[in-house]
Design a protein around this ligand. Structure first.
Ligand SMILES: Cc1cc2nc3c(=O)[nH]c(=O)nc-3n(C[C@H](O)[C@H](O)[C@H](O)COP(=O)(O)O)c2cc1C
Ligand SMILES: O=C(O)C(=O)c1ccccc1
Length: 367
């Protein structure tokens, strides 16, 4: 149910979230790394791409369904993996997962979710879901996460590769705001038999230390991906690619899909905007691997631009997180609003199907 939340623009969703949340939590979500050049560039570069619509093409029957990593979805977007969702709403991932399930929109559970992947699966029934792996410093724990995902109906593993360590987050340092340090985002670790066997956790403080020391793995290479490929039959999605050479390597190492993403400008500041990274990657690997896209998507027209430039589907990050300030109803409203907006934008572009969108309908302005 979307409750009785009335229409809100993306800017309003953000403003409402800002009103609801305390400063540390809101800025943790909103901010980017360093001087926030990349955070801004994600949004600004999307605005530089313009749509050049076609007319008189009978757009009376619109179909925005799309396959997303093996799932037939009613919309060409899914909810991105976002950790620590209880900093936004007490129901956290349970609320956003229920919202996704209500509309059959794929939901991606982060390794640092506040609720465990088992708890989230339970509220989702048979609705589509994927698991995002922050590969821990211990391969046995990594494998245990993957097995739990397999056993609980997650139908793909997203391996995030742009985070061998956390980016330089000035806002969070100023606010001294680190959700992990407050004991958030431990859901998957605290429910993991292999982790519990290896770590001494008698109180929350110990748990935080034990997780923090294992959470990221700066030794990862493409060989790890090869190893994972041999361990699971689930599709593997490599999240966090912006260089075409890495897109080719992802194909070579057996990825089924990639996410063209710079982590919403939260990792390497000064790195290329997602939309500017997309065309070269599409040119090199389109057709060999499914291409997902995220970064700066706030409106239906942004979705159309990224799809026209060759993305197969989109992940929503902050947009749905701002909706979550209003719980499940807020996330549902974000989903239904964006769906309608995508339908209208597709028709007004002069197309009736997502897969008919071609790069000929977009042009980059240079001024
Ligand atoms: C608060 C927050 C937490 C995030 N946590 C994760 C995470 O746990 N794993 C991950 O792969 N990406 C994470 N991301 C990145 C998103 O999956 C996505 O790439 C990004 O938000 C897309 O940009 P957008 O917010 O402009 O849509 C997070 C992003 C935000 C804003
Ligand atoms: O905030 C993030 O973007 C994120 O992905 C993350 C993951 C683990 C710990 C801290 C941040």
């Amino acid at each position: 149910m979307s409750g009785n939340i009335h229409f809100r623009s993306p800017e309003e969703w953000e403003r409402v979230a800002k009103d609801y949340l305390d400063k540390g939590a809101f800025e943790y979500i909103q901010s980017g790394a360093g001087a926030e050049e990349t955070l801004l560039a994600n949004v600004r570069s999307l605005k530089k791409w313009t749509i050049v619509p076609r007319v008189l093409r009978d757009v009376s029957a619109i179909d925005v369904t799309q396959r997303i990593v093996g799932v037939k979805a009613p919309v060409p977007f899914a909810l991105a993996p976002v950790g620590f969702q209880t900093i936004v709403h007490p129901q956290g991932e349970l609320a956003s997962a229920r919202a996704a399930a209500a509309h059959n929109v794929p939901f991606i559970v982060s390794t640092v979710s506040s609720y465990s992947l088992e708890e989230i699966a339970e509220v989702m029934g048979d609705s589509p879901r994927f698991f995002q792996l922050y590969w821990p410093s211990d391969d046995e724990i990594a494998l245990s996460f993957v097995r739990r995902a397999e056993e609980n109906g997650y139908s793909a593993i997203f391996v995030t590769v742009d985070t061998p360590m956390l980016g330089w987050r000035e806002q969070d340092k100023q606010n001294q705001y680190f959700p992990l340090r407050n004991g958030q985002g431990l859901g998957n670790y605290l429910a993991d038999p292999v982790f519990l066997q290896k770590a001494t956790v008698t109180k929350t403080e110990d748990a935080i230390k034990e997780v923090a020391s294992r959470l990221f793995n700066a030794t990862l290479t493409w060989e790890h991906l090869k190893w994972l490929r041999a361990q699971t039959k689930l599709p593997i999605v490599v999240k966090g690619i912006v260089h075409p050479e890495d897109a080719k390597l992802a194909v070579e190492y057996g990825a089924d899909a990639i996410v063209v993403s710079n982590h919403g400008g939260r990792q390497l500041d000064g790195s290329i905007s997602s939309i500017d990274a997309l065309p070269a990657i599409v040119e090199d690997v389109k057709g060999e691997v499914e291409i997902l896209f995220d970064g700066g998507i706030r409106r239906g027209t942004d979705v159309i631009k990224a799809l026209a430039l060759g993305a197969d589907s989109i992940l929503l990050g902050r947009l749905f997180v701002y909706g979550l300030a209003n719980g499940q109803a807020g996330v549902e409203k974000v989903i239904t609003q964006l769906k309608e907006e995508v339908e209208i934008a597709l028709a007004l572009t002069g197309e009736t199907k997502i897969r008919s969108l071609q790069s000929g309908v977009v042009r980059k302005v240079t001024n």
